[in-house]
Ligand binder design. Structure first.
Ligand code: GRF
Length: 203
């Protein structure tokens, strides 16, 4: 299977997806990395890994719609079966998502449905949570609300601030996302009728 990864920043999750996909028994290949930010650190990392990397800066386009058309046109050339959002900080329109129905996944740094949106770690700390975590989910029209594919719980430790909690969760994201992508591209899970449907015998 062909996978394109969309990033906006450092791309640490993209690197882990690429490293996992490089092994023989992984049922997918990362065919490209696309960023909406020309200075995204992940673009250099992708190139260093030999993955075609494209910057499509939002500021180069007159509107959100025109920007999305540019991304869709680039993707049409790349023919990905799936898209992975990895630190991609834009909301995709319903039209864009429809074009890849059930084939876009995202990693979010909270245990959804708790703490959708931004500043998830500070919000978890402010709420007095003792457990936080991360979620891989199908991307649907609403923000951070698509069917959940995988989650991992991470303890909130005394004295944690947003940075220490974020770092602990990011390490777990780096294991959870490649695992989830492997299951998705192996056909062990798919989105059907608005829910994540798992193949027989998949735990
Ligand atoms: C990560 O916390 C991820 O959960 C969120 O963006 C952050 C940065 O990701 N989506 P990356 O280092 O750019 O992969």
């Amino acid at each position: 299977k062909r996978v394109a990864v969309l990033i906006s920043g450092s791309g640490s999750n993209m690197v882990k997806l690429a490293e996992a996909a490089a092994s023989e028994d992984f049922p997918a290949k990362i065919v490209a990395v696309i960023s909406d930010k020309p200075d995204a650190g992940g673009l250099q990392k992708a190139s260093a890994l030999g993955i075609p990397a494209y910057a499509l800066p939002r500021k180069d386009y007159a509107s959100k719609a025109a920007h999305e058309v540019a991304i869709l046109d680039a993707l049409a050339e790349l023919r990905p079966d799936y898209l992975c959002l990895a630190g991609f900080m834009r909301l995709l329109s319903a039209d864009f998502i429809r074009a890849y129905h059930g084939r876009i996944i995202n990693i979010h740094p909270s245990l959804l449905p708790l703490f959708p949106g931004l500043d998830t770690h500070q919000r978890a700390i402010d709420a007095g949570m003792r457990i936080a975590g991360c979620t891989v989910h199908f991307v649907t029209e609403g923000m951070d609300e698509g069917p959940i594919i995988a989650q991992a719980a991470v303890p909130v430790l005394p004295g944690d601030d947003a940075a220490t909690l974020a770092a602990r969760i990011l390490t777990v994201e780096h294991q959870l996302y490649p695992q989830a992508l492997k299951r998705l591209t192996a056909g062990d899970v798919r989105m059907e009728g608005g829910t994540a449907v798992f193949a027989e015998g998949v735990s």
